[in-house]
Design a protein around this ligand. Sequence first.
Ligand SMILES: [Zn+2]
Ligand SMILES: [Zn+2]
Length: 405
Amino acid sequence: MIFPFFSHRWKRVAAVAAAAVVALNGLSVWSQRPQTAPEKAPDGQHRIAGAIHIHSRFSDGGGTIEEIVAAARQANLQYVILTDHNDALPFALAKQYEGYRDGVLVIVGEEVNTSAGHLLVLNMDRPVEQQGANGLPALLDTIAVSGGLSFIAHPDGRRPWTAWSVGPLHGIEVFNADTEWRNDGPLELLNALFWLSWMPQAAMNTLIDRPDSVMARWCALLKDGPVTGIGSVDAHARIPLFGDWAISFPSYAQMFGLIGTRIVLDGPLTGDADADRARLMEALHAGRCYIAVESFERADRFRFEWVCEEDTAGMGAQIVWKTGGRIETTVVSSSPTRLRLFRDGEPVKEIDGATLTFPISLPGLYHAEVYQLRRVFPFVNPTPKLWIVSNPIFIQTTPLQNRGD
Ligand SMILES: [Zn+2]
Ligand SMILES: [Zn+2]
C-alpha cells in the first residue's frame, strides 16, 4: 500500500490516539481544579479575602454595583475595591456605594490614565485628576500628599508601565488576572477554551503562571524602598463585540474566585465601614498582605514571619539587622506544597513540605512563594503551580525611608 495513513486501520489508530490525547489533556486540566482547604484552627491573624481592580457599568465594566456585590458574596469575599476609569463622573457615582453592602465592604478608587501607563489610585476623597497636577511626578506627589495610594496597574499588560524610575509609588500589581491569559500561547488558550464549559475554574487555572518579568521589576523597585505587591482581578465581565453588543465573560464571580489579595489584620472586620476601610488601606500601604491564586485553593492559612527570641514581625515589617533571628513560613493546604524563600529576589532555600525555617545570616529583603504540587500532563513528576506570594520582610543594616513619602 502506498498511502497507509488512509487505510481504515490507520484511521482507527489515529482516532484512538487523538481521543487519548484529549482525555489525558482533560485529566491534566481536571488535576488543576479547585481544592477545599482543610479545617483550620484560629491563630489570631485575620486574612481578609478580597478583590482589587474592578470595573462597573460606571466605566467599561458589564455589571452594576449590586451585581458585583452579589458575585463577591458568591466568591466569599469580604471586600471589593472598585476602580472605574478616571473621569469625575464614575468616581462620584461609585462613591455613593462605598461602605458595607450585603456584608461586603465596597471601597471606591479609580484607574487613572497617565503618560506612563495605568495607575490605580486608592484612599482619595475626590478624583486626583481634578486636583490640577501636571505631569506624572506631580500626579504621584499629589496622591502621596493627599494620603492616597498609587499602584502600578498591569505593568506588563496591554498598556505596560514605562516610568520605572519615577515615584513615589506605593505598590504594583504583581498579578493581574486580565494579563495572565494574554501571555499564553494560542495552543494553551485553545485548550483552556475547549475545557471552559466543563471545568471553568480548572481551565482558567491552566493559564496562570509565575509572572517572572513583573516579579523581577518588583524586586528592582524594592531596592529603593518598600513597594507593596498585590494581586488584582481587573474584572470587567464584559467583552465588547460590535456596537453596543457585548458578552459578560468572564463573569465577576469567576474572576473574583481566581486571584486575590489577602490583607492581614490583627482582629476581624468590625462592621464600621470607615474604620475598616482605614485599616485595610493602612495594611495595604504597609505591605501586610499576600497574593493568592484562590482558584487552586482558598489561601486561608499562610504565615510568613521573622522570629527572634520573644519578638515576631510579619510581612511589611522593617527590622534593623542584628545577629540571630530566623524567617518562618508555614501554610495549610490539602495538596502537597513546595515552599521557596528568596533574599533580594534570589532563591535561598526550597523545601517540599508545609514549614520552612531559615536562620538569618545576612540582611536583605526576604519573601516567600508557595507552590501546590499538582500532577499535570504528562504526569511524570508533580508540577509546581504558584499559589501564594508573600510581601517581603525587610531586614536592613540601616532603617529604611517611609513608604512612598
Ligand atoms: Zn488598565
Ligand atoms: Zn482596569
